[in-house]
Design a protein around this ligand. Structure first.
Ligand SMILES: NC(=O)c1ccc[n+]([C@@H]2O[C@H](COP(=O)([O-])OP(=O)(O)OC[C@H]3O[C@@H](n4cnc5c(N)ncnc54)[C@H](OP(=O)(O)O)[C@@H]3O)[C@@H](O)[C@H]2O)c1
Length: 317
């Protein structure tokens, strides 16, 4: 018997361009595969990849057909489970960074989204849906770079660029949790917040170059594509990971380890990070909240494109 088609509200683009291209549409609720669950989206959040994708900057990576649903963070409630799913059930409150699908229709600016079981984590009870939606993409990126790639250890010195950004705020707190000494860069208005979150040194990048005040660092987390600056403050055996650029052969030719990282969604790591948030060891900082509407998404994209959000921009359904 053919399954009945259900419709949902989604915010889509029909072509690449400005934030004004975002508009409301009615799409089919995604059909789930055996290893997926269907989640009713309670909240999602904005990442710079959203507006980069909206502008067409990811064309080479994803051959999407329009309309395209953007958005790659979610927190919500499971309404359907695939037949092979064993760890989650209908009614579970979950959060995730879903996979980016080649059809371009599976984003989280929608009432429902399909997520593979291995990308899901249970939402901790004491963490709100809005906070949970702010964690996956930025938090997992910070976790994977600081813990898995840079392997930051107690007592080591790390520079985290753009400390007040979505990724930076998580990275500072994760590095402090590991016992590192943390320097970061930010505008003066964010100095107090970043110190409260644990940063030992906050450099105003408008007036001061990291090269002039830091040296002999063990690790650099580059979030702004300033790899040469990062290399200049590292020890000869130091490590640098960038999530914002592509190191050149010259930058990789020295004694320091230099690499780029692209987030790998992972439900187990997300669950571990969620526990740190529930225990208050990592705080979620929300810059602003908008509703799941064309206007809400347009305003949220513009805020992210300002490059000066303080933490995460959240969308509530
Ligand atoms: N490879 C991956 O898997 C991956 C994953 C996530 C993100 N990313 C990329 O990583 C970058 C950061 O992401 P995000 O979510 O953290 O971005 P974001 O939240 O938009 O970052 C905003 C922050 O950047 C700071 N900032 C702007 N220019 C700066 C500069 N020259 N020096 C220092 N800080 C500066 C601002 O601080 P002030 O207001 O204090 O000036 C603001 O708080 C983006 O390019 C994103 O696309 C890559």
């Amino acid at each position: 018997m053919k399954k009945e088609t259900k419709l949902m509200k989604a915010i889509v683009i029909d072509e690449y361009g400005s934030a004004e291209k975002l508009h409301e549409a009615e799409l089919e609720v995604p059909q789930i595969a055996a290893d997926e669950v269907l989640v009713k989206v309670v909240a999602t959040s904005i990442n710079p990849i959203d507006w980069k994708a909206r502008q067409g900057m990811l064309k080479a990576m994803f051959n999407w057909s329009f309309p395209v649903v953007l958005g790659w963070d979610l927190a919500g409630i499971i309404t359907e489970v695939g037949k092979d799913v064993t760890s989650f059930k209908i009614g579970d409150e979950v959060f995730a960074r879903p996979d980016i699908y080649q059809d371009g229709k599976r984003g989280t600016y929608a009432e429902f989204a399909a997520v593979k079981e291995d990308k899901l984590a249970l939402k901790p009870e004491r963490v709100s849906f809005e906070e949970a939606a702010a964690i996956p993409l930025a938090g997992l990126t910070a976790w994977q770079v600081v813990v898995d790639q840079l392997k930051v250890k107690k007592g080591e010195k790390i520079l985290i660029q753009a400390g007040a950004g979505g990724v930076g705020i998580f990275a500072i707190q994760i590095a402090k949790y590991l016992g590192a000494y943390v320097a970061t860069t930010a505008s003066p208005k964010n100095n107090e917040l970043l110190r409260r979150l644990g940063a030992d040194v906050v450099i105003d990048y408008h007036t001061t170059s990291v090269k002039d005040v830091l040296k002999d660092y063990d690790a650099v987390f580059d979030t702004i594509d300033q790899i040469d600056e990062g290399l200049s403050i590292l020890k000869p055996e130091g490590r640098l990971v960038t999530i914002a650029g592509q190191p050149t052969e010259k930058q990789q030719a020295g004694t320091q380890s230099v690499s780029a990282w692209w987030l790998q969604p992972n439900g187990k790591e997300l669950s571990d990070l969620g526990k740190l948030v529930e225990q208050g060891k990592v705080k979620v900082i929300i810059d602003s909240t908008f509703d799941l509407s064309a206007n809400g998404l347009r305003e949220a994209h513009k805020r992210s494109e300002s490059h000066h959000a303080q933490g995460k921009i959240v969308i509530k359904n």
